[in-house]
Design a protein around this ligand. Structure first.
Ligand code: HEM
Length: 440
């Protein structure tokens, strides 16, 4: 094992024995980070889960690390906590290897591909939203996690949500996601990690059986496209590469989108005047949401989505590992050091956003354009080589779901306010966000 570099020259709080700063950071990641920045400045170290991390805070630091012009920061080594489950996924690759695979995956995200996913998504969404309870309280977060998983099976795999294969795949994916988010990282008996690794093997076996038929005569779904995917030079993936990439992609797509939708529904419930605006906008869209250009006029919805992703970004911290010595603001970041950049806290900075704690979607309107203050002022999808490849897909799914929901229903919050968000690893409302849907 490579010895960890010495970080005695980096300022930071004294680490309590054994747990270090783990509990402080997990309990209140935003508050503790702000307190540490106030005490030590935007470059400081903390010890979390037994490892010292250098926190590089602010939009400039994000630009330096994520744009990574000198290839000094590894994403694969930064995200090594999920390597056991998602090795071979795009985010767990670096530099030339990452570039090669990203070019191949890109072909499944072209505009024409997104059009066909939209066509598959609309009827599935309409059916699933019609089946949500009306007039009684239910937990939106659980419902939306289930719904986005089932939409995933329809769009990513071309399976009907009632297909037994879809249910098995969903179960396996859920086990893997639980394992990825669990605190115990070793596959000890009865732990989520052990169940997750079993699920990984099962999911791969099931998907492997689909590859040959989809390569011969696949449809327009995501998996079929990835089976046939080629970059501009005609290079495609082996079976193993395909399984690794697809497994990771399903994970990357799910909890992030479910978390974002939960934040949006919460904010619309808390700000009914915006709910009315978005419902009016949704009703003005044509009757067929799968028609070309159907989502073009959703300006107000765009503002709300941006504001929700600022206030509750699904990926509030992004990890990397330095693979070369870098000097930043007078501090040496030695090769081997774990570093973390912080879109979440940066997007709450009063230096970038006026009264950042307030829900104020008009801050993104052209006359204010607060997000344009810095290239990385608003960065919920990251940036640079690893910028979210599913960004347009995610925005399309979110807009479609909001349009279908708000055309027919009104959202009323039914739990204690304000909602308490657990920020890590992917934000979720601790209460599950109880709501009541009623016919508008
Ligand atoms: C609101 C929803 C989403 C948010 C906020 C989000 C955010 C992010 C962020 C911040 C990264 C960069 C991580 C890093 O630099 O280490 C990322 C990467 C990624 N995302 Fe998303 N994501 C979302 C939805 C999706 C969806 C729907 C998909 C797939 C359809 C997806 C697929 C990916 C993949 C494959 C990567 C890795 C890209 C690479 O390493 O080149 N994401 N996402």
């Amino acid at each position: 094992m490579t010895p960890l570099p010495l970080l005695s020259h980096i300022p930071g709080p004294v680490a309590p024995p054994i747990v270090g700063h783990t509990l402080t950071v997990v309990r209140d990641p935003y508050g503790s980070q702000q307190r540490f920045i106030d005490r030590f400045g935007p470059v400081y170290k903390t010890k979390v889960l037994g490892v010292w991390h250098i926190n590089l805070c602010g939009a400039d630091a994000m630009e330096m690390v994520l744009m990574d012009r000198a290839q000094s920061f590894s994403s694969a080594k930064g995200w090594d906590a999920i390597e056991r489950l998602f090795a071979g996924g795009l985010m767990l690759q670096d530099f030339a290897e990452h570039r090669r695979n990203r070019r191949i995956m890109q072909s499944a995200f072209r505009a024409s591909a997104l059009e066909s996913y939209r066509k598959a998504m609309v009827p599935a969404l309409e059916e699933m939203i019609a089946a949500l309870p009306r007039g009684r309280r239910f937990c939106f977060y659980d419902a939306i996690k289930d719904l986005t998983l089932r939409i995933g099976c329809a769009v990513f795999l071309g399976l009907r949500p009632d297909d037994p294969q879809a249910a098995r795949l969903n179960r396996a994916l859920r086990e893997q996601i639980n394992a990825a988010l669990s605190v115990i990282r070793a596959p000890l008996p009865m732990t989520p990690m052990q169940r997750g690794l079993r699920a990984r093997a099962q999911l791969r076996a099931q998907l492997r059986g689909l590859i040959a038929p989809r390569r011969r005569a696949g449809g327009d779904d995501f998996f079929s496209r990835m089976c046939r995917a080629r970059d501009e030079d005609g290079n495609g993936w082996t079976e193993e590469e395909l399984l690794d990439q697809f497994n990771f992609l399903m994970m990357a797509a799910h909890d992030t989108t479910a978390s974002a939708l939960t934040a949006i529904v919460w904010l619309l419930g808390a700000h009914p005047q915006w709910q009315v605006k978005l419902a009016d906008e949704a009703r003005r869209l044509g009757p067929d949401l799968s028609a070309a250009g159907a989502l073009e006029d959703m300006y107000q919805t765009d503002l709300v989505i941006k504001e929700a992703l600022r206030l509750v970004p699904p990926v509030p911290f992004i990890p990397r590992r330095a693979v070369a010595d870098v000097t930043w603001q007078g501090h040496l970041i030695p090769a081997g050091a774990s570093v973390t950049v912080n879109p979440g806290v940066t997007m709450m900075s009063p230096a970038l956003f006026h009264r950042p704690e307030r829900f104020d979607p008009l801050r993104f309107a052209p006359n204010r354009a607060e997000d344009k203050a810095h290239r990385f002022a608003w960065a919920p999808f990251g940036g640079g080589a690893h910028k979210c490849i599913g960004m347009h897909f995610a925005l399309m799914e979110i807009k479609l779901l909001l349009a279908v929901l708000l055309r027919g229903d009104r959202i009323t919050l039914s739990g204690r306010q304000p909602v308490n968000w657990q920020r890590l690893p992917i934000p979720r409302p601790r209460c599950g966000l109880p709501i009541v849907l009623s016919r508008a």
